[in-house]
Design a protein around this ligand. Structure first.
Ligand SMILES: *Cc1c(COP(=O)(O)O)cnc(C)c1O
Length: 400
């Protein structure tokens, strides 16, 4: 299955097919050719980094409508640096003192329903700056008056997370969140890591909008900080302090610039059409299978992409959603589906990260596993609880 010129063979890696999304654990995304070329071209050259970041600032400003921008290691680093910026401003001595926040505004308000994990906790990225997290409301219910009530003279910033991870109802609408925070003089940092909308959050009044360079943009691993010039400058200056451990190399900055430029000229409609073809193929593949229901679903945060939701009735299909997911991932070649909600007996197939013709391999693997389960003497029904324990044990076993 794995081709001889596939770098993964040399590194002892499985030739995984990703229908789960832009996952850090799978290498984030397929980097676009323009970024690959740019990364390769700059690696062997001396580069004046503050000039390179100036170029990035201009590109980020052009694409987001913000005054300025800079690039850091990841969106997660962007959260930390934006919070630090709101705390220290351009005070270089304070920047060197962090995470000791003595004498600084050090409270950051965030809705409880936004305190999620993207692989690490949002609130930890805030605390890394030396800030204290002040939750607003309850997980499934928050109101603008609670936001206002949580703001004190020590409040440095308000963080708003836009993501399928957050609680999907009962949260303060962004416009109200920004209006209430601004009425108290508090800057708003929007974590829009995987949102395709590069202009909307700044246009809505966010002081900082954060994006991952390595998700939909197809850049190398990186974080984009866009926003008001004073705050972006203060975020960039954190490289003289806590930002040092989050530094990005010239290849990352140049690669993100190339990915942003490629985004401007990308054939978005053509890509959408290709993704639709994959979805249609999978719908056809699964049609008429006992216990399997496939539905094309829009993205929960309205990004211009659809996924296939595959619901499994374990009795009729003779396999659970999580067992099917695990067998796909263990198969030849490994196919990783989007199974965050598998305990409810469904998973998604995300068509956004496929190389040409891989959709057919996904279809074949689904057919093989479902045929096998249908023909097996016993239904394939493992304990979901034991699966969770097994996954935790596997995590703790690394590097063995
Ligand atoms: C992916 C993600 C992050 C983290 O982004 P990295 O660039 O991988 O650090 C933060 N917030 C949200 C909402 C995300 O989806």
């Amino acid at each position: 299955m794995i081709r001889n010129d596939d770098i993964r063979a040399r590194l002892g890696l499985r030739p995984v097919i990703n229908v789960s999304g832009t996952m850090t654990s799978l290498g984030a995304s397929i980097v676009v050719p323009q970024a690959v070329e740019t990364v390769a071209a700059i690696l062997s050259q001396w580069t004046e980094m503050s000039d390179l970041q100036r170029t990035a600032s201009r590109t980020i400003a052009r694409l987001t409508g913000a005054e300025a921008g800079c690039v850091t290691a990841s969106c997660s680093a962007g959260i930390t640096l934006a919070v630090a910026a709101a705390m220290t401003g351009s005070d270089l001595a304070a920047i060197e003192r962090l995470p000791d926040a003595t004498g600084l505004k050090d409270e950051v308000v965030i809705q409880a329903g936004h305190m999620v994990s993207y692989g690490a906790p949002v609130e930890q990225a805030i605390r890394l700056a030396g800030a204290r997290v002040v939750p607003v409301g309850q997980a499934t219910s928050a109101h603008a008056y609670q936001l206002e009530g949580a703001i004190t003279e020590k409040t440095a910033a308000a963080v708003y997370v836009v993501s399928h991870h957050v609680v999907e109802y009962g949260q303060i609408p962004l416009a109200n969140f920004i209006a209430r925070a601004h009425s108290k003089g508090v800057p708003v940092i929007v974590d829009a890591a995987s949102e395709y909308d590069l202009t909307g959050f700044i246009a809505a009044g966010a002081d900082i909008a954060l994006y991952s360079g390595h998700k939909f943009l197809g850049g190398p691993t990186s974080g984009i900080i866009a926003g008001a010039k004073g705050l972006v400058r203060a975020a960039h200056l954190q490289n003289r302090g806590i930002g040092r451990g989050m530094k990005i190399g010239k290849e990352g900055v140049a690669g993100v610039i190339a990915a942003l430029e490629a985004w401007e000229t990308r054939d978005h409609a053509g890509i959408r059409e290709r993704e639709r073809k994959a979805l249609d193929l999978w719908v056809k593949t699964l049609a008429g299978r006992p216990g399997v229901t496939a539905r094309i679903m829009p993205d929960p945060t309205d990004n211009p992409l659809d996924r296939l939701r595959v619901d499994i009735d374990p009795q009729a299909a003779r396999i659970t959603a999580w067992d099917l997911a695990d067998r796909m991932a263990a198969g030849e070649p490994p196919v990783v589906v989007r199974d965050h909600e598998a305990e409810h007996n469904y998973f998604f197939l995300d068509p956004c990260n496929l190389h040409p013709d891989e959709e057919a391999i996904v279809a074949r693997r689904l057919t093989e596993e479902l045929d096998q389960a249908a023909a097996a003497a016993e239904p394939v029904v493992s304990s979901f609880a034991e699966r969770a324990m097994r996954q935790e044990a596997g995590l703790l076993n690394w590097p063995d």
